[in-house]
Write a protein that binds this ligand. Sequence first.
Ligand code: ADP
Ligand code: MG
Length: 246
Amino acid sequence: MGTQVAASTHELRKVYGKGEAQVAALDGIDLDIGAGQFTAIMGPSGSGKSTFMHCLAGLDAVSGGRALIGDTDITRLKEKDLTRLRRDRIGFIFQAFNLIPTLTAEENILLPLAIAGRKPDREWFDLVIETVGLRNRLGHRPNELSGGQQQRVACARALVSKPAIIFADEPTGNLDSTSGAEVLGFLRRSVDEFDQTIVMVTHDPVAASHTDRVLFLADGRIVDELWEPDRETVLERMVALTNGAH
Ligand SMILES: Nc1ncnc2c1ncn2[C@@H]1O[C@H](COP(=O)(O)OP(=O)(O)O)[C@@H](O)[C@H]1O
Ligand SMILES: [Mg+2]
């Protein structure tokens, strides 16, 4: 089966600080992320998860190696082209929702398209709204919505522009388990039904069990991976990692 590659890294390095205080946050990451796959990034605090996501999403400059979105080496792009690539080909979902409080749910969802000067595909918009179950909440402002509903708005906002890849940084970190399960449910659906590619940082073995593949980071390296993960196996690997088995 010839899976297409949505994103990849080659010898990716990121070093913070200078001299004695230097930290290799990413220490040579080689990775292909398949299109239409749901990938989880796990690992202890400080292992480089956020740095990895930021470098691959073009939010942070790399120190060495390459990072590609599709065929585009983003480490070689000028700032202006990088901004356009982020806007047109990447979707983001953050732990803190990051919605604009004065805009309605619908306005928040359509804002990235408006900024890009693109017209929403109405049929696609309707399908996304249906999927995340926001039909009768579109006129509400964020403070009139629950945390789970706000994160659904953020998911719809990420999906509506049909990005090549969505990066989600602990998208369920601020949600109760029911709302978290809902959000994970339609991230899963968007992969299965819309062929969306998603990379998600998480601490939660239950969240990871919704994905196709879990990558484990430690000290800026990929030290383990797991396909078709279930909660128990993820938990075992996490424990092994924390006990320094790598
Ligand atoms: N802006 C920064 N300046 C200096 N060191 C940083 C910075 N961001 C992250 N680091 C360091 O890089 C390493 C990886 O951090 P991070 O990617 O945030 O890990 P994680 O998301 O897995 O908790 C840590 O040692 C952290 O202290
Ligand atoms: Mg982090």
